[in-house]
Design a binder for this molecule. Structure first.
Ligand code: A3P
Length: 289
């Protein structure tokens, strides 16, 4: 990739300089009562959850959910100065809006909490997130070059990647989940038992959907189906931000792909550090296939 963006620090979190430039407007975003926020650390299944939520809201109607690309149906708050729909369009969207963010719990715009908005948080195990993020960062122009992998592992452990520390992000939402209106979902559970997890999402959003509709949503949001759905697979996302000429956004969608990247030595270092960083939480993950 010809040009590469840089990271800077905002409120203790590493973030792309071009996002940091608009931080005040992002943080002062005015949520409205009824807005729903889908929040994740990057590469944790955000797009998957977005598609699920849209289908739940529309009772499994796949035609309606193909009305526009996913990034237009559910705008990405932090990119609202860099692409359409921008802040102006988001502000003009009718309620209830469904928005996407990667902000950690302490940096979610206060208006979401003030209006008691529902937040669906998806977390994925650290090693698969790191692996997915490494591949993704090779095609994200506003982020630094992730190569080589051995350095990326160290950067990830230190939180020196966009949106900061994975450890603080997943723990932060876990600790606060009962203080706010937060549904905490694990990527691995969604993979293992999609219908059960989609039922939780529907219930959280106040939708009573019959089992056949839940089953239909599970089938429509399986990786292989979403990968070929141009309205859900990120085709058409601005090339200046994510250049998919050589690699596509919908990569593998697996649990345990980290095994293709980590050497035995990297794994040892990573696991020892993980134990330390996750010693103060009850949150646990499964990273086995
Ligand atoms: P991989 O790179 O491991 O394949 P996000 O949407 O938060 O950026 O997350 C992207 C990751 O979720 C990618 O992981 C992507 O392939 C995976 N993903 C997207 N849709 C999925 C689906 N329907 N089922 C499982 N994984 C999915």
């Amino acid at each position: 990739m010809a040009t590469r963006g840089k990271l800077t620090i905002v409120e203790g979190m590493a973030i792309s300089e071009v996002i940091a430039a608009n931080w005040d407007e992002i943080y002062n975003f005015q949520a409205r009562p009824g807005d729903v926020l889908i929040d994740t650390y990057p590469k944790s299944g955000t797009t998957w959850m977005q598609e699920i939520v849209d289908l739940v809201v529309h009772d499994g109607d796949e035609q309606i959910c193909r009305r526009a690309p996913i990034f237009e149906r559910m705008p990405f708050l932090e990119l609202s100065h860099l692409m359409k729909p921008g802040m102006e369009e988001i502000n003009a969207m009718p309620s209830p809006r469904i928005l996407k963010t990667h902000l950690p719990v302490q940096l979610v715009p206060a208006s979401f909490w003030r209006h008691k908005c529902k937040v669906i948080y998806v977390a994925r195990n650290a090693k698969d997130v790191l692996t997915s993020y490494f591949h993704f960062d090779t095609i994200v122009g506003i982020h630094p070059d992730p190569e080589p992998f051995e350095d990326y592992v160290l950067r990830f452990m230190k939180g020196d990647v966009a949106w900061g520390s994975w450890y603080d992000h997943v723990k932060g939402f876990w600790e606060e989940r009962n203080e706010h209106n937060v549904l905490y979902i694990l990527y691995e559970d969604l993979k293992k038992n999609p219908q059960q997890e989609i039922r939780k999402v529907a219930k959280f959003l106040g939708k009573e959907l019959p089992e056949d509709v839940l089953n239909k949503i599970a089938k429509l949001t399986v990786f292989e189906v979403m990968k070929t759905n141009p309205m859900a697979n990120f085709t058409g996302f601005p090339k200046e931000l994510v250049d998919q000429s050589d690699k596509c956004f919908m990569r593998k969608g697996k649990v345990g792909d980290w095994k293709t990247m980590f050497s035995a030595q990297q794994l040892e270092i990573f696991e020892a550090n993980y134990k330390q960083q996750m010693s103060n939480t009850t949150l646990t993950f499964s990273d086995k296939i």
